[in-house]
Design a binder for this molecule. Structure first.
Ligand code: 3HC
Length: 289
């Protein structure tokens, strides 16, 4: 089977990027949101990102127009029924995801591959909810999806070899380098990245270093493009906290998974990072103030 028609559920931070790269690589894309306002906003982000890539001469205007033209927005999940692949990128709430997967299991054609962009849950749990666990994989992209070269392809103990191979081939078709990962907390990247971000916060809590000095240390000392605090602002403090809380609930004895007090406090104050205008830093739109 060749994946030609791709459904994307959720047109937010990750979903809009996934829809965009799928369309830019020649796939027909149906992107589903639950409200017209969210759909319009997501499609607007795609338009803006494509325009930026044209401006930077990474895409021609023709290719960008073609990509946008291959994307259809919908509020109706049934419009995804005949997709070859459905990638879910909705809120990190397992109850909501499982309800969605049960619905997808009912409405999608038997050959549809179901994929989750989850960063914190077991892909196998969603596969079980769908009623077709052998056709379920993880496809974990990185933010900003349009620029980051990696996709983690997650195989559960039920994913069929054929579905896993198709998912990896799709990752390559959209221009990413796929790495194989097991269905364990954080897969490969977040299992290393999120405890690192949390330890940076604990370092500041202890008064060992400032936010600015930690970031300077990791950018200038290790060549990372962003220090851990800029990166947490970029990813979202709420997202980071929800990942840690999920892992901590599953394994309370692991000290790496304990959510730092500083993170909990900022989220309680509504300081969620770039998207709310304030996190560890102040933001004006996409740039640090
Ligand atoms: N579409 C199109 N263009 C975009 C874009 C997008 N979505 N996002 C950024 N750009 C453009 C910028 O507008 C900018 O254009 P300009 O030069 O005209 O202003 C250009 O790309 C380069 O951006 P920057 O000026 O910010 O320059 P950088 O060289 O710093 O590149 C970056 C940006 C690629 C984001 C780089 O800073 C980086 O690699 N940061 C680390 C990101 C990272 O670690 N991501 C992973 C997060 S973890 C994750 O996603 C997992 C999840 O489960 C938590």
């Amino acid at each position: 089977m060749t994946i030609q028609k791709v459904g994307v559920i959720g047109c937010g931070l990750m979903g809009h990027g996934i829809a965009q790269i799928a369309a830019a690589s020649g796939h027909d894309v149906v992107v589903r949101e639950t409200e017209q306002g969210a759909l319009d906003k997501g499609l607007g982000r795609i338009r803006k990102s494509l325009a930026k890539l044209v401006e930077k001469e990474k895409l021609t205007q023709d290719v960008a127009d073609g990509a946008f033209g291959r994307i259809t927005g919908t509020l109706d999940l049934a419009d995804l029924a005949d997709c070859d692949l459905v990638v879910e990128a909705i809120i990190e709430d397992l109850g909501i995801k499982n309800t969605l997967y049960a619905e997808l299991g009912r409405i999608c054609k038997p050959a549809t591959i179901l994929a989750s962009n989850t960063s914190s849950f077991r892909v196998g749990d969603m596969g079980a909810a769908s009623g077709r666990p052998e056709r379920m994989v993880g496809l974990h992209f990185f933010n900003p999806v349009q620029l980051m070269k990696l996709v983690e392809v997650v195989k559960t103990d039920k994913t069929s070899d054929e579905v896993f191979a198709e998912a990896k081939a799709f990752g390559e078709a959209v221009g990413k380098v796929p790495v194989s990962a097991s269905d364990t907390p954080g897969f490969v990247v977040n299992r290393l990245l999120v405890p690192y971000m949390a330890e940076a916060m604990r370092m500041v809590e202890r008064g060992d270093a400032t936010v600015e000095d930690v970031d300077a240390g990791m950018t200038l000392g290790c060549g990372y493009p962003m220090g851990p605090f800029t990166l947490t602002d970029y990813v979202g403090l709420d997202t980071t906290l929800s990942i840690l809380e999920g892992w901590h609930a599953e394994d309370p004895s692991n000290p790496l998974f304990v959510p730092p007090a500083l993170l909990k406090q900022k989220v309680a104050e509504g300081k969620l990072g770039r998207k709310s205008g304030e996190g560890f830093y102040d933001w004006q739109g996409d740039k640090r103030a």
